[in-house]
Write a protein of this length. Structure first.
Ligand SMILES: [Zn+2]
Length: 689
């Protein structure tokens, strides 16, 4: 049993493999947006979410540095190298080895005002920040989680350099709960299982990552963060998006979380039948989420197709094995140093590489002919899987570093040169060949990674974390950490969570989004409108206007949903006074003093006139003295009369268009039309006389 499992006997590491082992290889490739939920069910789609949210505290979690002080200055720098150490179980973690292979130099930029010796592991942790613990307990209660009796601080291995100590301190706050998951627009009405909520430290902000040097700022490091993990229960990409939005609403309901760029980040994990859980990191926008996970589902399906084709061709793992040690081109017949072939090459990228003293090596992939061009994601092929892995682990600093035999036309090399390259590694017609060029050490790492990725192709879907790209595709980030990455932190004693504290926090819990939606349904809103309003940032404005159940509540919800997105896009904040303006407006509409049609424009006025007393904002919407409307009708009818040769109904329509915008909300269209008809008829009769 892993140390983590020992500390929390209820928790078993999640199974990484999709419960359905039969891939549906004949399912056609489709773009996002063209599948219905039955299609995703056929694919065996399963998704889960990990939502990270920065908490609004004054201080960091384990020291007394200020939280949320982001600066671009630096008083000093620290340089570190990471080395893997054996875990307590006597094994190397795959992620740790991978990070070691990258030979990264890690630079930390330190700003005196936002970091101390704790973050750099020179001082033991201080007691956990009270505010953070309190917010996390409130959130755990909102999510109906079972609270732990004591907070046990654990260390979670973190080896990408974003935490200088190589581990993140994290404490489980609550586990195994369920919340209502209702999305009327998707026909979803069930419970969503939450696996756990932890309170943990945030990592560094990355400044740059070029070649073997990665630079971080330490201001964000150590800020309190909650991590909410759902079970993999989402059945379509749209459900995942709705789930992400729901969890964001719950955390925001506490009113004690940070907002703005980077304050909320989620990791999404996806698998399809025959595949395994792949984690896409750092999805910071719900809008892009469905396309990303749809594409990942298809990437898995396509990797399974490649796997099956390789099996059919009889390709084995052993055929791609490389000795553990030694320079690949010196110890393996699959790899050759082919640099001299390019010394007088016309192919500019390779010639430049040679002139810069780089090594060019060819790697034979037995039985892979044609498969490097197999589509995996929109616009990308299996070769991209290999290139990304080389880019992340061998860290070439140049953009172009790889070419392959399934796309010979792309690199501008002559057919003859390709024949020479193939001959150098003894490639037969059924083999593919990859060319990589970089400094000798990087080229050696690259050649190994090409073959490791080729071996993984026989597994199908490698266990890895991936990075989200804005076009909806993903790229390799790192190997998925093993379940052994957590171990107890001996620096911190357990912190008891007292019943008194829990009760005190419970009485001041905010309303949950689902309770809110129920309340709006009680005001006679439709389920869809109630759900939307509960999720909307203007729900508080609606509440302050306090509409009575029925037509006015429905109208107000509709007007807010129609007008406020427009104002928000225009950068206008909703003023404090909007609620009272709307409350008075509803009262006057109910009294027949203002017409309900004016509500959209009243919302506009309430937003554009912050701080103005309600009576003043509403004055233009009260009915004008009757003479005003009469005058407008008369003037429009007179003007219409001076348009000879027009049909009466054309004139009437024109006159309506003149009068209505000026009396909107004060006189009804039917009334204006009647008065115009009368007036035009009278003029017509006069003219006929
Ligand atoms: Zn500090």
């Amino acid at each position: 049993m892993t140390p983590a499992a020992a500390a929390f006997p209820g928790i078993r590491p999640p199974s990484d493999v999709n419960p359905r082992t039969d891939p549906v290889l004949d399912f056609p490739d489709r773009e996002y947006g063209s599948l219905v939920s039955a299609d995703y069910a056929a694919l065996g789609f399963l998704g889960g979410l990990e939502v990270h949210q920065q908490l609004l505290t004054r201080r960091k979690l384990f020291c007394r540095c200020p939280a949320g002080r982001y600066v671009d200055r630096a008083d000093g720098e620290v340089l570190r190298h990471m080395r893997p150490t054996l875990s307590e179980l006597g094994e190397y973690d795959g992620t740790a080895l991978m990070e070691f292979k990258t030979r990264k130099e890690i630079v930390y930029l330190l700003d005196r005002g936002s970091v101390c010796t704790y973050e750099l592991d020179d001082t033991p942790p201080f007691p956990m920040d009270d505010e953070a613990v309190e917010i996390a307990i409130a959130l755990a209660q909102l999510l109906n989680l079972n609270l732990v009796a004591e907070l046990h601080v654990m260390r979670k291995q973190y080896l990408d350099g974003s935490i200088p100590t190589g581990f993140q301190r994290t404490a489980m706050v609550g586990l195994t709960g369920r919340i209502p998951f209702r999305v009327p627009a998707l026909g979803v009405d069930r419970a969503l299982s939450i696996r756990q909520l932890s309170l943990e430290e945030d990592s560094c902000r990355e400044v740059s990552d070029v070649g073997h040097r990665v630079t971080f700022r330490t201001d964000r490091l150590g800020m309190p963060l909650t991590e909410v993990v759902t079970e993999p229960e989402f059945l379509t990409p749209e459900e995942m998006q709705a789930g992400g939005r729901l969890l964001a609403q719950v955390v925001r309901a506490t009113g004690r979380v940070r907002r703005g760029p980077g304050a909320a980040r989620q990791d999404v994990n996806v698998s399809v039948a025959g595949g395994r859980r792949v984690e896409i990191k750092g999805v910071d926008n719900h809008r892009f989420l469905p396309r990303l996970v749809h594409n990942e589902a298809y990437r898995q399906l396509n990797l399974l197709r490649v796997r099956d084709e390789l099996r059919r061709r009889g390709v084995t793992r052993e055929s791609m094995a490389l000795p553990d040690k030694g320079i690949p081109w010196a110890c393996s017949a699959l790899v050759a140093d082919v640099g001299r072939l390019f010394d007088r090459s016309r192919h500019s990228a390779l010639r430049a590489a040679r002139e810069a003293g780089m090594t060019v090596c060819a790697v034979r992939m037995p039985g892979f002919a044609g498969l490097l061009a197999h589509r995996t994601q929109p616009g990308l092929t299996f070769a991209h899987e290999i290139a990304e892995r080389v880019r992340v682990i061998a860290c070439p600093a140049h953009d172009r570093f790889l070419a392959h035999s399934d796309a010979t036309e792309q690199v501008g090399m002559t057919a003859r040169r390709w024949r020479d390259v193939r001959a150098a590694v003894g490639a037969e017609s059924e083999d593919a060949v990859v060319l990589v060029w970089a400094d000798a050490l990087d080229a050696a790492t690259a050649a190994r990674e090409v073959l490791i990725r080729a071996q993984d192709a026989l597994v199908g879907v490698p266990a890895e974390t991936r990075q989200a790209n804005h076009d909806g595709t993903t790229g390799f980030e790192r190997i998925l950490p093993g379940a052994d990455r957590m171990y107890p932190d001996t620096d911190t004693p357990p912190i008891p969570v007292g019943d008194a504290a829990i009760d005190r926090i419970r009485v001041s819990l905010p309303e949950t989004p689902w309770a809110r939606a129920d309340r709006y349904r009680g005001l006679a809103l439709t389920p869809v409108a109630a759900q939307r309003l509960a999720a909307a940032p203007w729900a508080d404005v609606f509440d302050r206007a306090a509409p009575a159940a029925g037509d006015l509540a429905r109208r107000l919800a509709a007007s807010l949903a129609k007008r406020l997105p427009y104002h928000r896009r225009a950068g206008r904040a909703i003023p404090e006074t909007a609620g009272s303006v709307l409350r008075d407006a509803l009262a006057r509409i109910a009294a027949g003093d203002i017409r309900a049609e004016a509500l959209d424009r009243i919302v506009d006025a309430a937003v554009t006139q912050p701080g103005v007393p309600p009576a003043e904002v509403l004055a233009p919407f009260a009915p004008p003295p009757p003479a005003d409307a009469d005058q407008l009708v008369e003037r429009a009818a007179d003007a219409a009369r001076r348009m000879p040769g027009r049909r009466p109904d054309t004139l009437l329509r024109w006159a309506m268009g003149e009068v209505m915008p000026r009396v909107l909300g004060q006189a009804g269209p039917r009334d204006v039309r009647r008065r115009l008809e009368e007036r035009l008829a009278a003029i017509g009769a006069e003219a006929a006389r």
